[in-house]
Design a protein. Structure first.
Length: 344
């Protein structure tokens, strides 16, 4: 059924379809009994799925990656799709429109997406107001970034502001320095600026009444030497873990023809072309660090096998995004059933 619906929706602009489908879901959920039916159909509940990572007990290890619910306006509805956790954002201190449209493109032959959204979001205050309307017990992560106009040498202020603002309302944090769509942002992944950024956030975290887990989201395009630096920083600064990985700037092995790719231009690729590389990064981090910190595996998960491969490589939790768009909400149930079977 979903594939029929998808074939219709894929005739239209991807960004408009995103908001159309989420608005439709919100409307449908107002009908009495629909939420219950939806949860019954898409949710797998079992004690064996419970996964405790960085001090948080997740009802299941399958989450929704950041970027889908940028303004924390959809999580109450998305919680009915069977997710164990939902990551909102990326949130920046001030609202910003992001890059010029069109900025979201489907590569149907690759079952992939190219985006250059550019951290479009309404800003910190609207996100807080939306989080105050929380009606669900689903675990919420807060993905934080810097505003486009903020120079890198002042980026720490943006992360500090958003961290303090979201602190009462989210269960864990993700520091996003790996999006390819904000100019110069990935320079913050370099060893010294990254160590300073994370160290300052950890100092701020320790000043809070209770500490919350801070994770780092990294790009799949890092070399092994850069990944070694990430391991060193994570263990030295003692953040809670790593999310591997964000989108890739690579265009290697794509089935889409060069004319199509040239017409689309810059942006990060997500979906199936990222499956193997993101799993390689998870495995490298896990093995090289001797499992010193938890890893959330994300990138190209379009099936239960893809998720199990990430877990086998060393991921404690997994997230979906593009696979959720291509496969529909049923992918969450299929992954959870496969994990349950592997644990039985």
């Amino acid at each position: 059924m979903y594939k029929i619906l998808r074939s219709i929706l894929f005739f239209f602009d991807p960004e408009k379809v995103h908001y159309f489908t989420t608005d439709t879901l919100h409307f449908i959920f107002k009908i009495p009994g629909i939420k219950w039916c939806w949860r019954k159909f898409y949710t797998v509940e079992d004690k064996l799925l419970e996964t405790e990572v960085f001090g948080i007990k997740f009802p299941n290890p399958v989450g929704l990656a950041a970027g889908f619910d940028k303004n924390a306006s959809m999580y109450n509805d998305l919680a009915h799709c069977g997710f164990g956790f939902i990551e909102i954002g990326t949130v920046t201190p001030k609202g910003q429109p992001g890059n010029d449209k069109p900025r979201l493109f489907r590569l149907k032959s690759d079952e992939a997406i190219i985006n250059r959204m550019g951290f479009n979001n309404e800003g910190l205050e609207p996100a807080i107001e939306n989080l105050k309307k929380r009606k669900t017990s689903v675990i919420i992560g807060g993905n934080i970034g810097k505003n486009k106009v903020t120079p890198n040498e002042e980026a720490g202020n943006d992360y500090d502001i958003t961290f303090k603002g979201l602190f009462p309302y989210v269960d864990y944090f993700v520091v996003n320095v790996s999006s390819p769509n904000t100019p110069n942002l990935r320079e913050l992944q370099e060893k010294e600026p990254l160590k300073k950024l994370l160290s300052d956030l950890m100092v701020l975290n320790r000043e809070m009444p209770m500490q919350k887990p801070i994770l780092l989201k990294i790009a799949p395009d890092l070399t092994n030497e850069q990944l070694d630096d990430i391991i060193e920083i994570v263990t030295e600064v003692k953040i809670a873990g790593v999310i591997a990985t964000n989108t890739t700037i690579s265009r290697e092995k794509l089935k889409a023809n060069s004319e199509t790719l040239e017409s689309i231009g810059a942006g990060g690729v997500s979906g199936k072309p990222l499956t193997n590389r993101s799993t390689e990064v998870v495995r490298y981090l896990h093995q090289k660090s001797n499992g010193a910190f938890p890893i959330i595996g994300v990138g190209g998960i379009h099936s239960a096998k893809d998720a199990l491969d990430k877990i086998e490589a060393g991921a404690s939790l997994v997230q979906v995004y593009t696979g959720f768009i291509y496969e529909g909400p049923g992918i969450v149930k299929r992954i959870n059933k496969a994990i349950l079977k592997s644990r039985s």
